[in-house]
Design a protein around this ligand. Structure first.
Ligand SMILES: *Cc1c(COP(=O)(O)O)cnc(C)c1O
Length: 430
């Protein structure tokens, strides 16, 4: 598309946007009486307008039925989580039996590692990114320690090469090959939280399996952002949170994927709980654990219905929009527009000591909607001033600023207005 840095152009794109009606289904924070420029859907997605109604339904049913709500509520709480199998399967590229909404991301990562990190004295290494999200790093380190290994020795961390910002796929593949005899598990972010880089998920699965390791993904920044085909890619397991691009609210219920080839394997070690028990006989309250032969077999506790009511409202919007394919189509255009606007800043900044360098891959197949930008020659003040001007974005020390134009609710006009706000702050407006 040929972009243009004018309000007319932006408005014209919004008029033509087949997803434009979805913006109204979200609640925007206000700045000086108008909708703020919200570019932090990568951190906390906006509240879908349907959340309040869904919550009210559950609160009313709780008041009306009390304990009988488990079976008599409009959406019986006993099986509440089952409503998520279909929409999650669609978003994750999975079969309904392979996905489950449960717990939170880091908890699910640990639960998956109970099953899929089965180290032996000779095969115990975990390959991950050096710039993985801290929570993931802590999970991996402590899992290695629980099994009696030294975390420094057990973790193989793949870093970008000196002077580069992105991890190279060939470096990941080489590390897998070089450690083939000792590698137990590969676990990587499908979309890196810091750089917005999408890694080649099927390629790494293939290499990991060839080396004799399990391969899992953390999809915190991928779920609801890019198209996924977890089943076809033969991923062993994946976990995600739902408060980022999936708009399900702070600390919302998370999700997990376990490939079909593993779900019926009742011999896989796991941590058990009553909600993972075969549901036909669950209430016989038998002594010995018999897991369900779906991803639900990894559930521990009964469903957190109030948190799930928000998740339901959020996923309904995704289903109404037609899943990830149409969203991704818009996302490519919208993030492309932001990239174009950023290039315009740099043209106008020529000769100055400041520069905004996009570190997210240029190739749109290797990124989602987020652009991560190094603000050369600027400090946190730049971010603070943006915030004061009603722009929501985020800052990672020392100098990375991240903007995520989200196709469900951001518009081309939002991106254009962001451009204007930055130009004013940097004193480069015409
Ligand atoms: C957001 C995020 C988390 C957060 O973990 P919680 O358990 O939801 O608090 C973990 N890992 C990655 C990669 C993230 O982006």
């Amino acid at each position: 598309m040929k972009y243009s840095n004018t309000l007319e152009f932006a408005k014209e794109q919004d008029r033509k946007d087949p997803l434009k009606k979805f913006r109204k289904k979200f609640l925007f924070p206000k700045h000086n009486g108008r909708e703020a420029l919200y570019f932090t859907g990568n951190s906390l997605g906006l509240q879908p307008a349907g959340v309040l109604k869904n919550l009210k339904t559950e609160l009313d049913d709780w008041a009306r039925y009390a304990v009988e709500g488990h079976f008599d509520a409009k959406n019986p709480w006993y099986s509440y989580h089952e409503m998520f199998a279909k929409p999650l399967a669609k978003l994750m590229g999975a079969k309904p039996a392979e996905v489950v909404a449960m717990n939170q991301l880091t908890v699910n990562l640990h639960l998956m590692m109970v099953s899929f990190y089965r180290p032996t004295p000779s095969r115990y290494k975990i390959l991950c990114e050096s710039n993985a999200f801290p929570s993931d790093q802590y999970a991996l380190q402590t899992q290695a320690q629980v099994h009696g290994f030294n975390a420094k020795d057990a973790l193989i961390e793949i870093a970008p090469r000196k002077g580069e910002n992105l991890v190279r796929k060939e470096d990941i593949l080489k590390a897998i090959e070089d450690n083939a005899n000792e590698l137990a598990l590969v676990i990587i972010g499908g979309v890196n939280y810091l750089t917005g880089q999408v890694i080649d998920m099927p390629g790494i699965v293939e290499a990991g399996h060839k080396a004799g390791a399990y391969v899992g993904y953390d999809l915190a920044h991928a779920a609801g952002n890019i198209e996924l085909k977890l089943h076809d890619w033969n991923v062993d397991f994946a976990v995600w949170c739902t408060y980022k691009y999936l708009n399900s609210g702070p600390g919302a219920v998370a999700g997990a994927f376990i490939h079909e080839k593993h779900i019926k394997n009742t011999k896989l070690p796991r941590f058990g709980g009553w909600w993972g028990y075969d549901k036909d006989t669950r209430f016989l309250m038998k002594h010995d654990f018999v897991p369900m032969q779906t991803a639900e077999g990894w559930q521990l506790s009964n469903a957190p219905v109030l948190s799930m009511a928000a998740h339901k409202a959020a996923l309904d919007v995704f289903m109404e929009a037609g899943g990830m394919a149409p969203l991704r189509k818009k996302s490519l255009l919208l993030t492309g527009y932001l990239e174009y606007i950023v290039a315009g800043w740099n043209t106008k900044l020529k000769g100055r000591k400041i520069k905004l360098e996009i570190i997210t891959p240029q190739n749109s197949a290797e990124r989602g909607c987020q652009l991560s930008i190094i603000a050369h020659g600027m400090g946190r003040d730049f971010y603070n001033t943006l915030t004061k001007n009603g722009v929501f974005c985020d800052w990672r020390n020392p100098n990375v600023i991240r903007f995520a134009p989200v196709p469900l609710y951001n518009s081309f006009e939002d991106v254009w207005r962001l451009g204007q706000a930055v130009e004013k702050i940097l004193k480069i407006s015409n």
